[in-house]
Design a binder for this molecule. Structure first.
Ligand code: 0L1
Ligand code: MG
Length: 260
């Protein structure tokens, strides 16, 4: 695919995100699009955000649990880019008008204390982590009816929209069980999902290492200070105006958001 076509599709996903308007899958127009080209489109759409003054603050892994893969019918982990305007603190009230069809999922996030470059192992990846926190991700596919192929969702920056981070930050070596933290998500006061950080690629450190390794294929790496979302531990839930969502994570405390 030529550069002008990459830019053409980057404009489509970026404009849909800005206008909060659903679009048809890109693969309907370009069935021959490859995964590599989809990541090129993702990067070109992020370049548009940076040109508007947003700052790159981290990355996310997506589709790292069986529950998530089954929910959207895509069976490979993918990554996306996070900018400063996507990051919120616990207790944030998010305007419903920011989203087409928001869903929320429980995660854990890493804050890196050192640069991390693949190829790497989960143990080495964890050594680059300064702290871990509870997190919620609000995903919002730009594609109509939340339907996409892996190519489409990668081009759409892995459905990234908002992340909400818990205030409690814990060093990884101060955690007893990073690989098996209980996670309980409540929706309007009712428990709707229970799970464990073990569902996140069998251990969140596996997800972090996989991200560094995927980036290394493009000669890229993670930087000290960046946030990395490890992926959803359960399927995502639909949310709407007036909703409140909270996740309580063993050893990491809770994080909550509401939709205004
Ligand atoms: O964070 C995620 O797992 C989302 C990846 C993209 C698929 C989706 O929109 O659920
Ligand atoms: Mg996620």
């Amino acid at each position: 695919m030529k550069k002008d076509q990459i830019n053409y599709f980057a404009d489509i996903v970026d404009s849909a995100a800005v206008a909060v308007t659903p679009i048809t899958m890109l693969t309907a127009e370009a069935p021959e699009m490859t995964l590599e080209e989809a990541y090129d489109i993702q990067r070109a759409s992020i370049a548009r955000r940076l040109e508007r003054g947003e700052q790159l603050v981290g990355m996310k892994m997506g589709l790292t649990s069986k529950a998530k893969m089954e929910q959207v019918g895509v069976h490979n982990p993918i990554y996306g880019h996070l900018t400063d305007t996507m990051v919120e603190g616990s207790g944030a009230e998010l305007d419903r008008d920011l989203f087409i069809h928001p869903r929320v999922e429980p995660e854990v996030a890493f804050i890196l204390g050192k640069d991390l470059e693949g190829p790497t192992t989960p143990a080495e990846a964890l050594d680059a982590v300064e702290s871990v926190c509870a997190a919620l991700e609000v995903i919002d596919s730009r594609f109509r009816d939340f339907k996409f192929t892996i190519i489409d969702v990668v081009a759409d920056n892995a459905s990234s929209s908002k992340i909400v981070l818990g205030t409690e930050r814990v060093a990884p070596d101060a955690l007893d069980e990073l690989g098996n933290l209980g996670m309980v998500m409540s929706h309007n006061g009712e428990v709707v999902k229970t799970g464990s950080s073990a569902a996140i690629y069998e251990h969140p450190a596996n997800s972090l290492a996989e991200l560094a390794n995927m980036l290394a294929e493009r000669g890229e790496s993670l930087k000290a200070g960046q946030i990395v979302m490890a992926g959803g531990a359960t399927a995502a839930i639909h949310v709407d105006s007036g909703d409140h969502v909270q996740v309580d994570v063993d050893e990491l405390g809770s994080v909550e958001l509401s939709i205004g």
